[in-house]
Design a protein around this ligand. Structure first.
Ligand SMILES: [Zn+2]
Length: 387
């Protein structure tokens, strides 16, 4: 089956569902943007300040990345969205001609919790660079992301810590919904003002750890009408069963015809689990950040390269991995680079970890295409848990 889903007002993003797994909610799809097609489920490497740390753009392309994430907070503070716009937008500035998604900046502002003050208008925060004071409003978040020019942009939402009281989560959800409406208005008013290519705005569901609030938030976001929907505020310290329950509960209420994005999640197994709930898009700093800390993903769990047991180990990181690092280098050499704090250590570890994530997504898509997703999930889980 190959068909286009019906498009409605505000949902003009072309999202094609190619097939659905008969025994789970996993689906194989294609997102079509002006900068190219994205095969879903997709993992997007995190390119914080206009760079996925320790890896150059041509190599990211070779690893099969189709969509990367840029952080609005970092790009706004340095070098500034106006400068990036003057230089032709983010795609051109960073030499990445493929699709980009930017977040709203909210998550970074809220994660520096001692530096912020929230009001109806927006959130005042201090720059971590020079201490200067800034006001991020829903309108400003849209203006910055319009100027950067990413293909997919996100609403400003309030991110809560875990755990969080029900009443606080409810008030915060109301704030997030009011901000989502203001973002939509600002987005519509600024259509066609910045770039010749199309941009699409996604809403973000919040609601803390309450399944009822998660459902209510998602249904009210759908009334506002976005091109896609995201699940926010997870993977902030809650136990895994709760993460899966809340992701599943949110995904259940998301429109089937539009892309579903689970923000900031997670381990390879988290991604494999959440695809079965019908999630299409993922991002996480884990493969890149953990790589720089010497934590490497393998088909049988992970390994910590600094351990002495690898000092004379001539095997690659993962004997079944086909990445350029595993084809060339031994664990012993990678351990030596890490212990010596060589720049190449971060580069090689990042290359392997990103390959592992992107290859896991390729396997996920193959398993959905051949309608054997639950078998794949069971096998993946068994191997990860053995390690
Ligand atoms: Zn490898």
């Amino acid at each position: 089956m190959n068909y286009y889903m019906p498009v409605g007002k505000g949902t003009d993003l072309r999202f094609e569902i190619l097939t659905e797994d008969p025994k789970s909610k996993a689906r194989l799809g294609k997102l079509i943007t002006d900068h190219g097609e994205i095969n879903t489920p997709v993992f997007m490497p995190v390119g914080t300040a206009g760079t996925v740390k320790a890896i150059a753009q041509p190599q990211l392309e070779e690893l099969g990345a189709e969509l990367i994430l840029g952080n609005t907070y970092h790009l706004y503070l340095r070098p500034g969205h106006q400068l990036i716009h003057e230089l032709g937008g983010l795609h051109r500035f960073i030499s990445w001609p493929h699709p980009i998604l930017t977040d709203s900046g909210g998550f970074q502002v809220f994660s520096h919790s001692d530096l912020r003050k929230i009001s109806e208008e927006g959130v005042v925060f201090r720059s971590h660079l020079d201490g200067s004071s800034h006001l991020l409003t829903p309108e400003k978040a849209i203006e910055i992301q319009r100027a950067l020019g990413a293909d997919i942009i996100m609403v400003l939402d309030e991110c809560l810590p875990y755990p969080c009281d029900f009443l606080i989560a409810r008030d915060s959800m109301e704030q997030t919904l009011r901000w989502a409406g203001r973002c939509k208005d600002a987005f519509e008013k600024s259509a066609g003002c910045w770039h010749p290519h199309q941009q699409w705005l996604f809403g973000i569901g919040q609601g803390g750890i309450s399944p009822e609030l998660r459902r209510e938030c998602m249904l009210r976001l759908i009334d506002i009408e976005f091109s896609g929907y995201a699940i926010g505020g997870l993977s902030v310290g809650e136990p895994k069963p709760l993460l899966y329950e809340l992701a599943g509960e949110s995904a259940r209420w998301m429109p089937t015809a539009q892309p579903r994005y689970l923000m900031g999640v997670g381990t390879p197994l988290d991604i494999v689990e959440c695809v079965a709930m019908g999630v299409d898009m993922f991002d996480c700093v884990m493969p890149t950040r953990n790589a720089r800390n010497g934590w490497l993903f393998t088909h049988s769990g992970h390994l910590v390269i600094k351990h002495a047991r690898y000092a004379r180990d001539e095997r690659p990181i993962d004997e079944s991995c086909l990445c350029p690092v595993c084809r060339l280098y031994s664990r012993a050499y990678l351990r030596h680079l890490f212990q010596s704090k060589e720049i190449l250590s971060a580069m090689l570890n990042t290359c392997h970890n990103l390959y592992f994530y992107l290859d896991t997504l390729r396997q996920i898509r193959d398993a959905i295409a051949s309608h054997r997703y639950l078998d794949f999930l069971a096998e993946f889980k068994r191997k990860q848990e053995v390690g």
